[in-house]
Design a protein around this ligand. Structure first.
Ligand SMILES: *[C@@H]1O[C@H](CO)[C@@H](O)[C@H](O)[C@H]1NC(C)=O
Ligand SMILES: *[C@@H]1O[C@H](CO)[C@@H](O)[C@H](O)[C@H]1NC(C)=O
Length: 366
């Protein structure tokens, strides 16, 4: 059989720029420093490190700071260079990094949770620090005074946290598979709604404030796109991973979603196509293995892998409907966290192998 000639778009791949190694335990979160060739990381090995690229071409720590507890999460605000770190003992510690990223100065610490902080978000506009913890609490604090402003008990431990500054809506995704939307005021909050679509826990959330859609990644291997702005309750399932989805990022300028998971996959989804909601997987009729042995991918419904469809639908699925709307790449590590730097098109992936990888995504995110 003659080798198939692949369309050019399918052969484009992320380019591995750098491996950043040296952490003793998994790096739970890390960010690319804007305008610098640098990375800030927090690790289970209790360290906070700022890595800068040296003349040798390698990334070496310019800051190495050991905390007394494992660092579970972080939020970095580039404008103020404020670094908020969530710790395994429930404390949030804040630092200001110097302009040259060679020094970090402690600002304050406060006991935000009874146990491990799972997510943290600094909101500069409102001077709020939002956080979730293993104690099943969502809390928000004043970033200036450190004062506790309010809290809300979630149905399970949360591992997804996003905020819409304009409406002051906070999105919390938890291990029960539920997404909770709260409206925050200065000192109280009200429940807006909750929704469920996953059969596993929510592992990551990503909010697009322009299209007003929320993406949730789950241990059930899927990503769901929730149309929040449309208010019709539309939810579209994206199937492109063979294992747990662990991290999400959204490239607003190109309208591409990046999902990463335990399978090492980096999937880049084109969100500029109209996908449809589904049931039968195509026509909505119930189909079982006995009634149909036919399988097909239906990318316009979010299924990049083959799924079971009924016989008549199998006949009617067009080549156009089968054209992939996502590209698939292998990071060669089990990804726990990602960060996308839109200005340069760089992606950071952090894996269970304790390695941070930096990728040039411009061949695929454009
Ligand atoms: C948690 O660790 C931090 C930073 O190392 C420390 O300042 C704080 O007192 C600890 N909190 C508790 C409750 O042990
Ligand atoms: C919540 O806070 C807002 C403003 O901070 C206030 O106007 C409102 O009355 C409060 N609602 C409740 C139920 O306390």
């Amino acid at each position: 059989m003659a080798a198939e000639i692949q369309p050019k778009a399918l052969t484009r791949k992320p380019i591995l720029l750098q491996r950043v190694e040296g952490s003793q335990e998994v790096v739970n979160m890390a960010v690319i420093v804007p305008k610098e060739e640098g990375v800030i990381s927090v690790s289970e090995d209790r360290t906070v490190r700022v890595w800068l690229k040296r003349d040798s071409g390698q990334y070496w720590p310019s800051i190495y700071h050991a905390m007394s507890s494992p660092c579970s999460c972080m939020s970095f605000n580039p404008e103020t260079r404020r670094l908020s770190i969530g710790l395994d003992n429930g404390t949030i510690s804040e630092f200001i990094l110097s302009e040259d990223y060679n020094k970090m100065t402690p600002v304050k610490s406060y006991q935000a949770h009874q146990s491990r902080v799972t997510m943290i978000l600094f909101v500069l506009e409102l001077e709020w620090v939002l956080s979730t913890g293993q104690d099943k609490q969502f809390a928000w604090h004043c970033s200036e005074s450190g004062q506790h402003l309010g809290g809300y008990r979630t149905s399970a431990v949360a591992s997804g946290l996003q905020f819409d500054v304009e409406t002051r809506h906070v999105f919390i995704g938890d291990h029960s598979g539920q997404v909770t939307i709260l409206k925050l005021e200065q000192e109280n909050c009200t429940l807006v709604t909750t929704f469920r679509g996953h059969t596993g826990g929510v592992t990551a959330l990503c909010w697009d404030p322009v299209q007003r859609v929320l993406f949730s990644g789950s241990s059930d291997h899927s990503v769901i796109m929730w149309d929040i702005g449309g208010r019709k309750g539309t939810a579209i399932e994206l199937q492109g991973h063979n294992d747990k989805v662990q991290a999400l990022s959204y490239a607003q300028h190109t309208r591409q979603l990046i999902s990463c998971g335990c399978d090492g996959g980096i999937v880049v989804w084109n969100m500029d196509v109209q996908r449809q909601e589904h049931h039968c997987r195509k026509c909505g009729k119930a189909v079982c293995g006995k009634c149909s042995s036919k399988r097909s991918s239906i990318p316009l419904m979010g299924f990049e892998f083959e799924v079971r469809v009924c016989d008549s639908c199998h006949e009617s699925i067009t080549d156009e409907e089968r054209a992939p709307t996502a590209t698939f790449h292998d990071s060669k590590h089990n990804i726990v966290h990602v960060h996308f730097d839109a200005t340069r098109g760089w992606l950071l992936t952090s894996g269970t192998d304790k390695v941070i990888k930096l990728w040039d995504m411009t061949p695929v995110v454009s």
